[in-house]
Each structure stands twice: as structure tokens, then as C-alpha cells.
Design a protein around this ligand. Structure first.
Ligand SMILES: *[C@@H]1O[C@H](CO)[C@@H](O)[C@H](O)[C@H]1NC(C)=O
Ligand SMILES: *[C@@H]1O[C@H](CO)[C@@H](O)[C@H](O)[C@H]1NC(C)=O
Ligand SMILES: *[C@@H]1O[C@H](CO)[C@@H](O)[C@H](O)[C@H]1NC(C)=O
Length: 371
């Protein structure tokens, strides 16, 4: 073949070659995007092997300022006083005294301490959200509960633990789209620093909800979205099962919800999002339900990683005895990165007669999630 013929042959095949390359290219792209998406959600939810998650957490830790903290389980935990020092808070002595005394949850010294040193006001700067257009950031809890409030504005929420404040946040919708005020509770210092960067328009508190009717200092295993108070034997087993022994431990102040409410001058909560990795029942048992009003709450009770069914039943039984109705179970929806199931409880007058404590299908069927 001379050069001219070769050229003719090549140009006659050119359109076919072009189509073939395009098809192969598109194929590779979609496989790539799919894999990235799956890996990302798997990383977020600790489903990858320990080694892989380890590197992600190491990366996350690089994002927060170096506090000079060195901690692992064999060393015990980073003392709360060290964090206070870092934050310029001279509060350790006062808190230790109240913890030693097991001060009552209505003790004025405790209320004053929380109000003065722990509760931080909403940000004044504009939001710095990663996904400003998302409507419902939760796994469906927000839109589900919003329906029972008939899109009510200017309510009040509490979200505990708030984690990083955006992805999977059950309260951000109410704050952003319904103008509610509220309080974000997050004990993990690493998460708390990230959370504050979003400039959310809610109060913040770096503390945990006490599992007792008095303030305590507890050890927190800091596994990002699965940070958990390690107090009982079963908590230690949980940490071992999840291979979180090497995560830093922080000593964190924990206050009864009622004390925090008094410090906030609030006597009612419209929506209480409770996700404290297994301590839900203990936290609920400290609440004097006769002294203040909670209209709705969602409690993460069943986690794909956990054997949580007994826990869910115990939470349900307890809340039913306090005048709540379990009105739905949200999730899981792994496609949207939602692996846990939340039980949704409503005060009797809000609850719907048709809806029972049954699994609600894909949370995203309520709304399309972007507007
Ligand atoms: C924990 O700390 C001790 C002392 O600094 C160190 O020798 C050990 O390797 C650490 N263990 C882990 C798992 O990081
Ligand atoms: C911290 O507060 C105590 C009283 O509660 C006071 O005696 C002490 O001087 C304070 N320390 C600093 C560094 O301000
Ligand atoms: C609660 O009331 C006290 C005393 O009036 C006040 O100083 C404080 O700022 C109030 N806190 C909030 C969060 O409204």
C-alpha cells in the first residue's frame, strides 16, 4: 500500500474509530464515577477496612489545628483541662467541683457555668456550607418531621451529636429553610472545630449529654461520626468491635439536658435530634419530661453495624411511657449514604393516626432533595 491508499483507508475508518473511542471513554467515565461514589460513602461510614479508614481519619485530623494532643487508649485520655487551656477557659476548677459534688441538674452554679463558659452564640458571618443548595441534609428525618409541623417557622431544635454540622444534619433544614433557632451539641473537639467553621445560626456547645442526672466528665472515643462515650463495659466492647481502640480519647464535660435547657432559658423543644451512638436511652432517662415539653424527637437506635434491636425496643417502650407515639422509622438508605435507622417520636397531639412505627421508604421520596 502506498501512502495515498493508506491515507484513504484510514480516513474511511475514521468515523467508526471515533465512535468506538467515545463509547469506551464514556464507559470508563461512568465506572470511575460510580466507584468514586461508592468508595466515598463507604469511607464516610467506616465500611472500608481499618487501614483505609485510618488514613482518612489521619487526613481529617490534619484539617484541625495541631493542639499538641497525644493520646491513645494506653495513655488514658486528653484531659478536659488541656482543651480549656487551649480555648482560654478558666473553668476546670469550677467544673471539677460540681462533678465531685454530683451537683443537681438544677444547681444554679451549674446553670451559670454552662451559660457563661460553654454555650456559644450563633455565628454572625454568612454560612460557609459545602452544599448550600441542598434542602434536606438529613437522611429524611427533617422532611418527615416538617410535615407534622405543617412547615412551622421559628421553632426551636436541639441536635445531639451534631457531628460536622452539615452532611446528615437533622437540624440544618429547620435552621436554614424554616428560620428555627436551636442548639448544636457536639463533644468531640475535632468535630466541634469543623462544625464551627460552617457559621451555623444556632447556639453551639462542646459537651455531651450526661447519662446521669448530674454533670460528669467522661471519656470519649473520637471516631468522627461514631464518637462515643466510653463509660460502661459494653461501650468498651463496642469500641473493640469497631477497631476504634487507637482513636484519640478525650475527656469531655457532660451535662444533663435539663441543665442545658435552663442555661438556654428554654422550657420547650420542638424537635430533638438524638444520635449519641448507643447512649440514647440513658440520656432520655435523665430528662424530667414533666418539667419541660419536647414535641418531637428522632433517636438513632438501629445501626447497620450494631445489634441494636433490643435498644430500639427499650427506647420505644420508655418514650411511650412518657406520652410519645412512635410514628415512623427513617432509613436506612445506603444509596444516599444513610446506614442507620432513626425512630421518630411525636407527642400524641402531633402524631398521625394512619402512620405507625414502621419503616418509611426512601426518605428522598418526600421531596426531591435539591431546589
Ligand atoms: C500509645 O502511646 C504509647 C506511648 O506514647 C506508644 O508507645 C504506643 O505506640 C501508642 N500506641 C498506639 C496504638 O498508638
Ligand atoms: C482561675 O479561676 C480561679 C478561681 O475560680 C482563680 O483563683 C485563678 O486565679 C484563675 N486563673 C487564671 C489563670 O485566671
Ligand atoms: C438566658 O438568660 C440569661 C439571664 O437573663 C441571659 O444572660 C442569657 O444570655 C440568656 N441565654 C440565652 C441563650 O438566651
Amino acid at each position: 500500500m502506498d501512502l495515498q491508499n493508506r491515507y484513504k483507508w484510514f480516513s474511511s475508518k475514521l468515523p467508526r474509530i471515533f465512535i468506538m473511542l467515545t463509547v469506551v471513554g464514556l464507559g470508563i467515565c461512568s465506572v470511575y464515577i460510580f466507584v468514586i461514589y461508592r468508595v466515598e460513602s463507604a469511607i464516610k461510614f467506616n465500611l472500608l477496612s481499618k487501614k483505609n479508614t485510618e488514613s482518612v481519619f489521619n487526613f481529617l485530623q490534619k484539617l484541625v489545628p495541631n493542639l499538641g494532643f497525644q493520646s491513645n487508649s494506653s495513655l488514658g485520655s486528653v484531659p478536659d483541662s488541656k482543651w480549656n487551656e487551649y480555648m482560654g477557659l478558666n473553668v476546670t476548677g469550677k467544673l471539677n467541683l460540681l462533678v465531685r459534688e454530683k451537683a443537681s441538674m438544677t444547681d444554679p452554679r451549674l446553670i451559670d457555668l454552662i451559660r457563661k463558659y460553654y454555650i456559644e452564640p450563633p455565628a454572625e458571618k454568612p454560612y460557609a456550607l459545602k452544599n448550600p443548595v441542598t434542602l434536606d441534609y438529613s437522611c429524611g428525618q427533617s422532611s418527615y418531621i416538617d410535615r407534622f409541623f405543617n412547615s412551622m417557622e421559628n421553632g426551636f431544635f436541639i441536635e445531639a451529636g451534631a457531628w460536622l454540622g452539615e452532611y446528615a444534619s437533622t437540624s440544618l433544614f429547620f435552621e436554614k429553610s424554616r428560620g428555627w433557632s436551636g442548639l448544636l451539641i457536639e463533644p468531640n473537639p475535632e468535630n466541634f472545630l469543623q462544625l464551627k467553621k460552617l457559621n451555623r445560626k444556632a447556639f453551639h456547645i462542646r459537651a455531651c449529654l450526661s447519662t446521669h442526672p448530674f454533670p460528669v466528665l467522661l471519656k470519649l472515643n473520637s471516631a468522627s461520626d461514631m464518637s462515643r462515650i466510653v463509660e460502661r463495659r459494653e461501650d468498651e466492647q463496642w469500641v473493640q468491635e469497631h477497631n476504634f481502640e487507637n482513636k484519640p480519647y478525650y475527656e469531655v464535660p457532660c451535662f444533663p439536658l435539663y441543665s442545658i435547657m435552663l442555661a438556654m432559658n428554654r422550657s420547650s423543644i420542638d424537635y430533638f435530634g438524638l444520635d449519641v451512638e448507643g447512649n440514647e436511652l440513658l440520656v432520655l432517662q435523665t430528662i424530667p419530661f414533666n418539667d419541660f415539653d419536647i414535641k418531637s424527637l428522632s433517636a438513632e437506635c438501629l445501626n447497620m453495624n450494631d445489634k441494636g434491636r433490643d435498644h430500639a425496643v427499650a427506647v420505644k417502650t420508655y418514650l411511650e411511657s412518657k406520652g410519645f407515639i412512635c410514628n415512623g422509622v427513617i432509613g436506612p438508605n445506603p444509596i444516599h449514604g444513610c446506614f442507620a435507622e432513626d425512630l421518630v417520636f411525636l407527642k400524641k397531639d402531633l402524631a398521625s393516626k394512619e402512620l405507625k412505627c414502621e419503616l418509611v421508604k426512601s426518605p428522598f421520596s418526600f421531596w426531591d432533595n435539591k431546589r
